[in-house]
Design a protein around this ligand. Structure first.
Ligand SMILES: Nc1nc2c(c(=O)[nH]1)N[C@H]1C(S)=C(S)[C@@H](COP(=O)(O)O)O[C@H]1N2
Ligand SMILES: [Mo]
Length: 356
């Protein structure tokens, strides 16, 4: 897709996007994203953590509060799961009118193998007391957002944590977490948008009332007016992305493709229900044809590969892809606006010139 010339993106947003990078689309070819190519989003500063003195405190409404070292966690039975993680603000830069925040185009996504301890097992050992409804996950990073000084922290309902596959991860892709992805320990909640997966964990607090800190009450809600509560953001809506075929022009990243057989490949995911189909259009969304879905060997929580054989004819084309899931959700053709610029899963459009 051609980048709009009328962008209102500011130096402050350039500063954010330099700190928080997205995945280069060609890296969608990897089943598991090499960790340096995984997208990154850090609101404040990356904390410097001494793992030798670091502890995870588990407390609040529990029978037996515990304080766990990294060795204590590593000594417990481990689970490993391939998880596709995506930022809820992915697609924000395409929304009009402009929303000021991390200006993601479409690539705030990655798939990694996270290894650690099941959250449910840690909560069960601590003994959740009657009346508890949720757990609050507190990070070590502190900053100011919306004029409020805070640590980054978010909560999740206990029923989601006790039946779900959420884990406390100390490794990613076979290595200790790198500083930027939450060293020494982070939460990973499969299927949910990335804001839920709190990095640099210091504390889990079991609660009898919903937590209403900034990241729950104000951020990550779909709102149309400042003073409405809006709806909380939870699981990832369906999305598909293609590896742009051919070669890029340096400045615009528009593509040049040779005429003839061209295989278009990509990935598709959805947090709420499995992906059941991907359609491709080579005429800007006028007509669609099904792509072939790859197998689900990475598991339920990771993206699916897909492929589409295109007979590229000379001229200008706009390639699009569109995923749908088992719950009947399908990517829209156009973005829609909300205050935070969240949940824009409109189809990707890639402008291509085919040369004879
Ligand atoms: N402590 C802490 N956890 C955090 C964040 C943060 O700023 N601080 N950002 C969240 C958001 S909005 C996203 S999208 C994911 C990004 O995870 P990644 O940087 O490992 O890709 O981390 C989440 N966890
Ligand atoms: Mo995010």
């Amino acid at each position: 897709m051609a980048i709009a010339d009328t962008s209102e993106i500011t130096l402050a947003e350039l500063q954010l996007s330099g700190r928080n990078h997205s995945i280069p689309l060609e890296a969608l070819r990897h089943d598991i994203t090499p960790i340096g190519l995984h997208y990154l989003l850090t609101h404040f500063d990356i904390p410097y953590v001494d793992a030798a003195s670091w502890r995870l405190e588990v407390g609040g409404l529990v029978e037996r509060p515990v304080s766990l070292s990294l060795d204590d966690l590593r000594a417990r039975p481990a689970v490993e799961v391939a998880v596709t993680m995506e930022c809820a603000g992915n697609g924000r830069a395409h929304i009009e009118p402009h929303v000021f925040s991390q200006p993601w185009l479409l690539e705030a996504v990655g798939t990694a193998r996270w290894r650690g301890v099941s959250v449910a097992s840690v909560l069960e050992d601590a003994g959740v007391r009657d009346g508890a409804i949720e757990a609050l996950f507190t990070g070590l990073d502190r900053g100011i957002d919306g004029g409020e000084e805070q640590v980054y922290e978010r909560s999740l309902p206990l029923d989601e944590l006790l039946r779900g596959d959420a884990l406390l991860a100390y490794e990613v892709n076979g290595q200790p977490l790198p500083p930027q992805h939450g060293y020494p320990l982070r939460l990973v909640v499969p299927g949910w948008y990335g804001m839920t997966s709190v990095k640099w964990l210091s504390r889990i607090t079991v609660r009898e009332e919903p937590f209403d800190g900034y990241q729950m009450r104000h951020a990550y809600r779909v709102r149309y007016e400042e003073d409405e509560p809006g709806l909380p953001i939870t699981t990832m809506a369906p999305r598909s992305l293609m590896v742009p075929p051919g070669i890029p022009e340096f400045r615009s990243r528009e593509r040049l493709v040779q005429a003839g057989a061209c295989e278009i490949v990509g990935r598709a995911w959805s947090g709420g229900a499995e992906v059941v189909g991907v359609d491709v259009s080579v005429d800007g969304g006028e007509t669609w044809a099904p792509a072939e879905l790859g197998d689900a060997s990475l598991g339920r929580w990771a993206w699916r590969s897909w492929r589409f054989s295109w007979n590229a004819e000379p001229g200008e084309h706009e390639l699009c892809c569109r995923a749908r899931d088992a719950a009947g959700n399908e990517q829209p053709l156009e973005p829609s606006w909300n205050l935070g610029g969240y949940l824009n899963n409109a189809v990707q459009r890639v402008g291509v010139t085919v040369s004879a």
